[in-house]
Design a protein around this ligand. Sequence first.
Ligand SMILES: [Zn+2]
Length: 229
Amino acid sequence: MAAHPDDIEQTCGGTLIKMAEKGYRTGALDLTAGDMGTRGSPEIRVGESEAAAKHLQLSWRGNMHFPDARLENNIAARMSLAVKIRELRPRVVILPYWEARHPDHYRCCELGFEACFLAGLKKLDEYSEPHRPAKILYSSLYADVKPSFVVDISAQFERRMDSLLAYKSQYGETTEGGTLFPSEAEIRERLGAIARFYGNLIGVRYGEPFVVKEAISIDDIVSMPVRSI
Ligand SMILES: [Zn+2]
């Protein structure tokens, strides 16, 4: 779940590709269509997000069309999201980390968490079956916090990059929006450096960081990866 089309491509897209390769069904639910963005239009961005979905090997992608840049955690939004979660029945939900520069990002986190809770209530509505995801992960790439774990996306990084560049209205070489938008080369270097930093934490080339609120259970302490010294 993400606030804007192109958020998951920058934060957890490599992990989604990797999970699809393991045979899991993956999906993305974008809460807004980027209607306040300087470049493009909601129609263009949703179209681009569908092209990006192919690169990410998603089984499903949807958009809630909530208002961009002024995302609100209100009862109407929570209820429609909860019903969507009951329809989709995800086992694992990835939310943006709860602290962020962009208000839509932390609001998406709060909304997503509360909707996952509501979705499990039997009496929420009579037309859908209750469902509560077993696990909520917080994608922490843009937060300056120590991750609970890092996923090795070395083999998926280039395809994640392709998925982001599918947003031609955002990252294409056009002049609209002036200097506000970085070039493709700049984007590659920036995202490469961030993925390289997190990969380095677990001794691989590229990684994506996540935070979980619960403790992580380990069966075999002898086979734990990542060297201490
Ligand atoms: Zn965003």
